[in-house]
Design a protein around this ligand. Structure first.
Ligand code: COA
Length: 336
């Protein structure tokens, strides 16, 4: 049975650490408010001359190194981000140029917080069909340049951080599905009814005369706007639904899963899901305390940190789920 598997992980965060107290120095917020509501203690912000593709490049180099794979063996790059280097071309093209692998397809995925699950699913399909063998799958975000860092934007600005995570996925012949590393299944969802509940309106072709112009900047349309409570309510409903579908499809139980690597939007969201399913604390790997929400990068960062912390070992059964802007959501179950 031809399947895909993750053979290596890598991550990168820029060196500058921004604590909650640092934010309290530039906007009306507090360490206590942020910690209590979200679990976030600090995040990393990139330098002004950095870019999403640069963070992606650093994470990708580590993933390739850990895979002991030469970049020339890659058949495709898939990069998920909501903070692209430029409007176009896609950031995957800039990453491809940095890696020095011209010719292979480079695809951007724009599914925000669910971006990595979508990217992983796309890679899985290409590998299952036999079209490609080795795919670099990356989630990378440089959020800090797109946040409104003052009292007006405080509800969103405190939540996000910069960083990148990458995995190398490769084709594998699965003989024993109970033991052999492989992606069991991925499950993708979206509901555009809620598109404006968490979004950046400009620049965009749906705006009146220019993609950005008129009073768009004064109206702050180029900053993210979020209905936090609605996002929260939907996340705690949709992520468990997506997980249950994955377990049902594969005939596995929650207890069989060795590690849960969820998207990192809010520690309270992940705690509520764990409680709902009775998942013991040690089986949920969270990184939001250190990195905040790095959107498409949270899951690959979580995987890489878990590997380096000795919590994720070959043969373990892993479940991931994510929810975010779109609304989009999804899940993946894979033996590592
Ligand atoms: N610091 C201090 N106060 C803040 C603040 C900040 N950074 N941001 C908002 N507030 C204030 C608001 O102005 C509001 O004040 P008011 O009651 O006087 O109007 C109050 O805090 C809101 O507090 P509360 O109702 O307790 O907020 P909450 O419990 O809904 O928590 C979020 C807010 C954003 C943490 C929460 O809704 C959330 O995590 N939502 C999901 C967000 C998410 O996942 N986004 C990423 C997409 S995956």
């Amino acid at each position: 049975m031809l399947r895909s598997k993750i053979i290596a992980t890598g991550m990168y965060v820029p060196p500058r650490v921004v604590t909650n107290n640092d934010l309290a120095g530039i906007m009306d917020t507090s360490d206590e408010w942020i910690r209590q509501r979200t679990g976030i203690e600090q995040r990393h912000w990139a330098a002004d001359d950095s870019s999403t593709s640069e963070l992606a490049f650093e994470a990708s180099k580590k993933a390739l190194e850990n895979a002991k794979m030469d970049k020339s063996q890659l058949d495709m790059i898939i990069l998920a981000t909501l903070s692209p280097d430029h409007e176009f071309p896609g950031t995957a093209c800039f990453l491809q140029r940095k890696l020095g692998v011209p010719g292979i397809p480079a695809l951007d995925v724009r599914q925000q917080c669910t971006g990595f699950i979508y990217a992983m699913s796309i890679a899985d399909q290409f590998i299952r069909t036999g079209m490609y063998r080795n795919i670099l799958v990356v989630g990378a975000e440089l959020q800090s340049k797109g946040l409104e860092k003052n009292d007006n934007g405080r509800d969103v600005a405190v939540l996000f951080g910069d960083g990148a995570g990458a995995v190398v996925m490769t084709a594998t012949e699965v003989k024993d599905p109970k033991k052999d590393p492989h992606v069991l299944s991925t499950h993708l969802y979206a509901d555009g009814t809620f598109a404006e509940e968490l979004w950046v309106a400009a620049p965009g072709s749906a705006n009146s005369a220019d993609r950005i112009g008129g009073d768009d900047l004064e109206k702050k349309l180029h900053y993210p706007h979020m209905n936090g409570k609605l996002v929260f309510m939907n996340a705690v409903k949709r992520m468990p639904e997506a997980l249950e579908t994955a377990f049902k499809q594969n005939g596995i139980t929650m207890e069989e899963v060795d590690l849960f690597v969820f998207h990192q939007a809010n520690l309270r969201i992940n705690d509520m899901i764990a409680k709902q399913f009775g998942i013991p604390e040690h089986k949920v790997f969270n990184t939001i305390q250190k990195y905040a929400n790095t959107t498409a990068a949270t899951i690959p960062i979580g995987l890489d940190e878990a590997v380096r912390a000795g919590k994720l070992k070959p043969g373990m059964l892993v479940a991931s789920a994510a929810f975010g802007s779109g609304f989009t959501w999804g899940s993946a179950v894979y033996r590592f």
